[in-house]
Write a protein that binds this ligand. Sequence first.
Ligand SMILES: Cc1cc2nc3c(=O)[nH]c(=O)nc-3n(C[C@H](O)[C@H](O)[C@H](O)COP(=O)(O)O)c2cc1C
Length: 310
Amino acid sequence: MAGITDLPFRIICKELGVDILYSEMLSSTGLNFTLQKNLEFVNSNKHDFPLFIQLFGNNPEHFALATNIIDKLPSIEKLGTKIGPRRPEGIDINFGCPVKKVMKQESGCALMRNPENAYEIIKAVVDNTTLPVSIKIRAGIDNVSAFDFLGKVAPLDWKTLMIHGRTFKKGFSGEIDCNLIKEIKEKYPERKIIANGGIFTPEKAKEILEKTNADGLGIARGCLGNPWLFSQIKEYFETGNYSTPTISEIKKVALKHCELIQKYKGKNQIVEMRKHLGWYFKGFPDAKKYRQELYTIESIEDVRNIISKL
Ligand SMILES: Cc1cc2nc3c(=O)[nH]c(=O)nc-3n(C[C@H](O)[C@H](O)[C@H](O)COP(=O)(O)O)c2cc1C
């Protein structure tokens, strides 16, 4: 998730049970022109594993060059305890983003309308790395269904498909199309299919996994302020029950998240925590009263002060 799944948040999610991490989307074009600045987006360390770096863009040549750059990054072993860009465990390509700015550049979900260019993009990535390649699509756009799109790119050696089971038109609301995902899994049994969309509870995770027969689940908004969702889902699948974090656990994780942001992104980046704090403490008895304060924090001391009152 752009603006969300940076290194600090990925570490938090990893500690709370996530299996595979995805970076924020990274511009394949930007990577070619301002390498250093763009690589900061994918800073990583040994706790941030396994990691897929997600690329977006619309120019196959830029994807080829970006893939080359990523493929030659230092290995996780070489990185050791340092932080920096590193060779990930996989590369993902974005064909699902509906944001206007991205669509205008014929990137993201707009590429589902142009499977010929999408084909060239996937080929450029697959041909320039030995890393596994995954693709992220939506259920469809206009009169192009996920099936039409996949039919065109099926000859290429991508290994995993994450499908957001809502069409472009549906945006981010409404139920996902579980039947479609199930049919895709039946048609492409040799590929790993990950179902995404609307998973906010362990019960929903179970329902979607059963209805789609997918190999895995992709969680986005459900983990905002609730990174416990990953371990809750696992616990629910194993035991039929799951525990909810206590108030002091939530405070502890929120503070750790602040510390990680300061450590890995710099002290003044603590302001990035404002939105996360709003999510962590949503629903707390006094949250409304303190929401405004949480949105104006300037330091970790401010955070400590406010949450001690919650
Ligand atoms: C703030 C935000 C940022 C997102 N950024 C990305 C992104 O960079 N790449 C991507 O593939 N999807 C991105 N998405 C879409 C999600 O990955 C996901 O497909 C979508 O939100 C549906 O899942 P959900 O219902 O679990 O949120 C983003 C969604 C949100 C809300």
